[in-house]
Design a protein around this ligand. Structure first.
Ligand code: HEC
Ligand code: HEC
Length: 290
């Protein structure tokens, strides 16, 4: 069945026909899994019961859907290339920068104490901004306002390293946001709406793949629940580490939708909603994926 679907795709379908048939092709691309699902093989570390309002019965880390080789590389600090960025982040932590000539460490001391749990609680409501901030935005807030330094670009090596470093201080701690602060509930609801809205030429919503079809194959990839507890992530496909919002961009491109910008309100809202959908999953940053 899987072969048939991929043969169909490889056939030279003209672009116009493909876009007309997009819905049907997408439906046929999805192949019910007839092999053993890795996460059922016995590694239940990252499967937690979902809270009662969650449409998912259980929340399962993306790691559990990957092959044994990928999971092995994920688990081993020396094989997981994401840890090179964690090291880089540790170095940046104590490096003075900006007109104030200050380092993160000057104000935040030992990250293993001051940042423990912080990465698991973002995006977080910020009264001054009047909106929730993703961790990247909070870090840039410190760079600009507390250090007099240039903000880092979202997908820059420095930002990825610092986010990996800060998130890694919460390794194994459950993701949990404070939805009672400010307008967090409205932002969560906005993220939920985005999650279930069909977009793009393939007319699909996030939920069509990550809720209706996790455990099934799409081409050679086994679909996961699209959880976010492993970001930033090293991907073989990227040959490097990328942010969560980069993944959002990729998933939207795959369904031929116009992606939003990294750091946009839309993606922060999605991130908040996905944190809620994965509440309780342990942070596993930085993770390895194919
Ligand atoms: C056509 C199917 C499809 C749609 C629709 C889709 N994705 Fe994905 N997504 C994938 C595939 C394939 C992967 C890689 C395998 C996996 O983890 O599911 C992936 C991976 C992810 C991951 C990484 C999970 C991990 O543990 O590494 C996240 C997060 C994600 N998607 C979020 C989204 C969001 C948000 C949307 C809606 C804007 C979306 N996806 C729409 C196919 C899809
Ligand atoms: C001059 C002092 C100063 C410097 C330097 C500084 N910060 Fe901050 N940072 C603060 C203050 C003050 C807060 C707000 C504390 C609060 O909200 O409880 C804060 C808050 C944060 C938070 C949010 C913590 C939370 O619990 O939500 C993060 C993350 C953070 N800083 C990261 C960094 C990083 C990374 C750097 C270096 C690039 C840095 N900061 C540099 C003073 C500083």
């Amino acid at each position: 069945m899987k072969q048939k679907a991929s043969r169909m795709l490889r056939a030279a379908v003209p672009a116009v026909a493909l876009s007309l048939l997009a819905g049907a092709v997408a439906a046929q691309e999805l192949v019910r899994s007839d092999t053993t699902i890795p996460y059922r093989e016995g590694n239940y570390v990252s499967i937690k019961p979902a809270h009662p309002d969650n449409p998912l019965q259980e929340v399962i880390s993306g790691n559990e859907f990957r092959t044994a080789e990928t999971r092995e590389q994920n688990a081993d600090e020396f094989q997981n290339p994401g840890y090179l960025l964690v090291e880089e982040g540790a170095a940046l932590w104590s490096m003075a920068d900006g007109t104030e000539n200050k380092a993160c460490a000057d104000c935040h001391d030992d990250a293993s104490e001051t940042m423990s749990g912080v990465g698991a609680s973002y995006p977080k409501w910020d009264d001054e901004a009047g909106k929730p901030l993703a961790l990247q935005q909070r870090i840039n807030g410190c760079r600009e306002n507390n250090m007099g330094a240039e903000p880092w670009k979202w997908e820059s090596g420095d930002m990825l390293s610092m986010v990996a470093y800060v998130k890694n201080q919460s390794l194994g701690q459950p993701m949990k946001l404070d939805y009672s602060a400010g307008d967090m509930e409205a932002w969560r609801a906005k993220g939920e709406e985005l999650y279930y809205t069909r977009v793009g030429q393939l007319d699909m919503a996030c939920s069509n793949c990550h809720e209706d079809n996790y455990g099934n194959f799409i081409r050679a990839d086994m679909l996961s629940q699209g959880q976010i507890n492993g970001f930033p992530t090293y991907r073989f496909k990227w040959q490097g580490v990328g942010s969560l919002h980069r993944r959002f961009v990729g998933c939207m491109r795959n369904i031929r939708a116009t992606p939003y910008k990294r750091g946009s309100d839309e993606y922060v809202a999605l991130e908040i909603y996905l944190s809620w959908r994965g509440e309780g999953l342990p942070l596993e940053s930085p993770s390895v994926r194919n």
